[in-house]
Design a protein. Sequence first.
Length: 487
Amino acid sequence: MDDARRHSESQDANSRALPKIAVLGGGPAGLGAAWKLAKHSKAQVELFEAGERLGGNAGSFDADGVRCDFGSHRLHPASDPEILADIKSLLGDDLLLRPRHGRIRLKGSWIHFPLKPVDLATRMPPLVSASLFFDAATAKMRAPRVEVETFGSVMLSGLGRSMCDWFYFPYMKKLWGLDPDELAPTLAKRRVSGSSLPKLIRKIFASLPGLKSPETGKFYYPRNGFGAICDKIGEAAANAGATLSLNSRVEGIEISDGRIKAIKTRSGESVATHQVDAVWSTLPLTVLARAAGEGAPEHVRRAAASIRYRGMILVYIVLDTDQYTEFDAHYFPELSIPISRLSEPKNYSAATQPDGRTILCAELPSDPGDQYWAMSDEALGEALYRWLGECGLPQSAKVTRAFTRRLPFAYPVYDRDYEAHFDTLDKWVSGIDGLLTFGRQGLFAHDNTHHALAMAYGAVDCLEPGGFNLKKWADYRREFLTHVVED
């Protein structure tokens, strides 16, 4: 009995010696950090998520018997091997390796996406295909000279006028709501994996037999929706000793003498203050600065007010048919069709149930206050089905209902001024002992789920017995800048 008591007291003492870390946000980055911190006994961890479920925009939900995601999500084979191995271990046989089967509308023609040589040769008018490659091959010598580099100038010098005007420029204007020359050149390097002719050719010809790897043209996807990844990481974090608090919105962060002291959270009518040693935030930088209140200097609050995030309305329509099309995703670069992408969740997981019902999810770039944000779910559903018909897509199934999910912080916007505002916020965060930001929203990064998890793993690796290793974190930050979004 004495031995058992001494063991318990020893465990309590070790627990008290560990730093108390509040992780803000229950998306992939926050969950990954909470899990690894608890698993490796590096901290006492409590994760605070404002919503009623884990996953953030990478979560899933049930609707009319169909498992739906918040838009189109895939786990890419290009994921870091350690991260991919962890996810495979957590999901087991429920992690499926699926063939990509999407298509994109270019100049009125549907071609396979990601691009394949055979489609470019056979499905597009020969003059169109020839123009694309001639422009790309001569882009460097024909690109206009500019004094200030922009997204537009980088893409023109890399791919030429045809590909830019027919695809990238309208698509990016739709996504971000800005003209190509109003966007920073960084966007071309971080968001467009085929931003030059050599890169584009490598991507296209990597799909040829004999050149492709066993995973080329495929993606990993959980049997029960993409959100299963976050659900399983959350279970693992809880089993390792982390506390996961849902419906807990962070309303305040107390900063005193240059260091973190506490956070204030609201759950319904209840408000609680939590004394902490550190705050690891994956919240949007604008939200973090607002929560700090007077703890953030006025110039920091001004910078936060100037940072922009692009919103998204996810428009779902329920159809009385087993399957709408055989394709998992359709891409719409032209500005005449307001949506950017359409996905059919049942096709991602090869689900056959329920019989006689499928759901489509359309991604409609939109910001609070614009014309689409103000429309009702029913009106958006009717508009979506009309837009699909205008592209020649099937209209035979009946729409039984429409509903939406509205995401005010879908993507960080890399406008031409963002770097100065981000640097101001980043310097402020770096000057506060115990405050760390990471993830898509925290580092204002264009990323995939595996990139967000890489940030979480890197942050945990930097927490050492003597404290947080800032030099190592700076090295990780430079590595994060090399991340390029996988389409």
